[in-house]
Design a protein around this ligand. Structure first.
Ligand code: F6R
Length: 619
């Protein structure tokens, strides 16, 4: 949550720092968008502009009230945790004497105690935020030691909680100083200029070279070098890497919204996740593996930890991994896992699924698992993210940057990666022969084309959304791997169109939810392939049950499934002969299109739904 951008460049005073930071904020806006602000270091003073609402409001404010030229700048786009979204609560925040300005992503847990202490010293606060205490403490520390990196070290020693803090001071215009604990921060490396960002989107338009910043680090960024130390001041050597996507990947590409673009990018996201997975001798490989093969053979339980859509991808993983590997798989919401007495030991493999790799609940679950002696494997989209770095093994999803807040292509890529993991373990542990694995991989290789066929029915799905634009409740039913997809369909509709939506296991219908069915209530039913007659027959009878009660049924069924006859008016077809376990990759697509279109018809911003943020970096 919250996006941070920073820039330091040529010594010539120029407007450039402001422009670079504003552009970075626009690209980071998906991380939080209730207010934004910038601070420019003019050497004499810090000029601050901040405004509630989107970055465009901030730009308008700067047009009305221009910022003087500067040597470096920092900026922030906010997702409120402490204090309402207002101009005053927007970052940057200044110290009592305006000798420093900071932006902060995270939560200062002991802020009240620190605020009381500062008030007793005569400080006055200009906002309700927890972050402002950081500026005040840093201002005091800078007065004491006249060295911004040392002042930062003194300040973070007083903080409890999570933070990425970026600071500038008129007395030290040659540097930007940042500190990181449990909130994402990355440095972009240019020629005679350097950048800071919550993620690489902040600067990928300028450079593709990035420096990963580990936990508990202080970073001093000059225009021509970067120094990294631990909190005790010891120098550390950071990792530099090349970002594997460019700025075009983060643009709309002709679609009205990022969400529509990303829905259409799913064939590519799946294909990229599958690409280059075989070793020269034909075995599956992961991206990073720091767990011995013997250890992987000895695991007796898998626990998937994740949140939201990523957890639903984990539900799909359970069906596939249990079927292929015969290992029990539990799926646990990351925030519940940590606070429960879950049974985890050295024979447990914890699989953390996260698009951002920064979700705090999932990160804490990863650490909790590691403390219990479990090995952790991460399925992550963002390269070098915290979860990827802390895990013992990583399988990257290679979906490219996902900008829309609601997950679509990352979800499909997570499911694809979960299949790969299942097949990898099945082969390694001897549950499947390599020719059987090869046959599954061949089917997986056909999934991008099958998804394209579903995307061709976009207009039909949009027409359905137009017919239902006035509904205030929608139900989704699915069985087996259709169940998590029903949950995902409902989540998409809630978060984008702000209407009540529930997903149920179809078998649960008669145990309660059927009481909700009334005339004209839209009910989406995901019908399994007729090649699995037992599953299929049960869901077909669920269709009849809800139809008999007057519901407006929309069925997602395989081509050629003639049990779904003319009595069902609304049928979306998915390609024939998709393996049962791989059906989620095609059945989810109409549900995503439906939610997106319904929200657009209601006039909502589908890329930035209200109250949400892309990376939930607070618990
Ligand atoms: C829903 C959605 C969220 C995320 C969840 C986890 O559309 O995007 O439910 O799936 O917040 O985020 P990551 O995958 O970044 O850990």
């Amino acid at each position: 949550m919250c996006g941070i951008a920073g820039y330091i460049g040529s010594d010539n005073l120029s407007q450039h720092p402001l422009e670079v930071v504003l552009e970075g904020l626009s690209r980071l806006e998906y991380r939080g968008y209730d207010s934004s602000g910038v601070a420019v270091n003019t050497k004499k003073e810090i000029a601050i502009r901040k405004k509630v609402g989107r970055v465009e409001n901030l730009r308008r404010e700067i047009e009305k009230n221009p910022v003087p030229d500067g040597v470096c700048a920092i900026g922030h786009t906010r997702w409120a945790t402490h204090g309402k979204p207002t101009d005053a609560n927007a970052h940057p925040h200044c110290s009592q004497t305006n000798n420093v300005a900071i932006v902060h992503n995270g939560i200062v847990e002991n802020h009240q105690e620190l605020r009381n202490e500062l008030i007793a010293l005569g400080h006055t606060f200009r906002s309700e935020t927890d972050s402002e205490v950081i500026a005040h403490l840093l201002g005091i520390a800078l007065d004491e030691c006249a060295d911004l990196p040392r002042a930062m070290a003194k300040t973070v020693a007083r903080l409890e909680g999570s933070y990425a803090i970026v600071a500038i001071a008129p007395s030290q215009p040659q540097m930007i100083v940042a500190a990181r604990r449990n909130s994402p921060l990355v440095v972009g490396l240019g020629e005679g200029e350097n950048f800071l960002g919550s993620d690489v989107a902040a600067f990928v338009g300028y450079t593709r070279y990035a420096m990963a910043i580990d936990q508990d680090r202080i970073v001093t960024v000059f225009r021509d070098r970067v120094e990294v130390t631990d909190f005790a001041g010891n120098r550390v050597e950071p990792t530099v890497y090349e970002v594997d996507w460019n700025v075009d990947a983060a643009l709309h590409d002709g679609y009205d919204t990022f969400m529509e673009k990303e829905i259409h990018e799913q064939p590519q996201a799946v294909a990229e996740t599958l690409r280059g997975r075989l070793t020269a001798d034909g075995h599956l490989k992961l991206d990073e593996l720091r767990i011995g093969e013997e250890e992987l053979r000895s695991i007796d339980k898998i626990i998937v930890v994740a949140c939201g859509s990523a957890a639903y991808a984990g539900h799909v993983a359970k069906y596939a991994i249990e079927h292929w590997c015969r290992i029990p798989v539990e799926v646990e919401l990351a925030h519940e896992f940590r606070y429960r007495d879950s049974i985890v030991n050295a024979k447990t493999l914890v699989v953390a699924i996260s698009q951002s790799g920064e979700t705090m609940d999932t990160l804490m679950a990863v650490r909790h698992a590691a403390e219990q002696g479990a090995r952790v494997l991460a399925i992550v989209n963002v390269f070098g993210s915290t979860i990827a770095r802390e895990a013992d093994a990583v399988l990257y999803t290679h979906a490219g940057p996902e900008v829309a807040v609601a997950s679509t292509k990352a979800f499909s890529a997570q499911i694809t990666a979960a299949y790969l993991l299942g097949l990898y373990l099945a082969e390694l542990r001897g549950n499947k022969f390599s020719d059987e694995v090869a046959a599954y991989l061949e089917e997986l290789g056909k999934m991008p084309q099958r998804i394209r066929k579903v995307l061709e029915q976009e207009d039909r799905v949009k027409a359905l959304a137009a017919q239902m634009s006035d509904v205030d409740s929608v139900l989704f039913l699915g069985r087996h791997v259709g169940f998590p997809i029903a949950l995902e369909g409902a989540l998409k509709l809630k978060e984008l169109a702000y209407i009540h939506a529930e997903g149920f296991a179809a078998g649960e219908l008669k145990h309660g939810p059927i009481a909700l069915i009334e005339k004209d209530l839209p009910v989406f039913v995901i019908v399994p392939t007729p090649r699995r007659p037992l599953l299929h027959a049960k869901v077909v009878s669920n269709v009849s049950e809800v139809q008999a009660r007057g519901a407006r049924v929309v069925v997602i069924a395989e081509e050629g499934d003639d049990a779904i006859d003319d009595s069902v008016k609304n049928v979306i077809r998915v390609p024939q002969s998709t393996p049962t376990l791989m059906m989620p990759l095609v059945t989810v697509v109409p549900l995503q299109i439906f939610a997106c279109e319904l929200a657009k018809l209601k006039g909502y911003d589908v890329d930035k739904p209200r109250n949400l943020a892309k990376a939930v970096t607070v618990e």
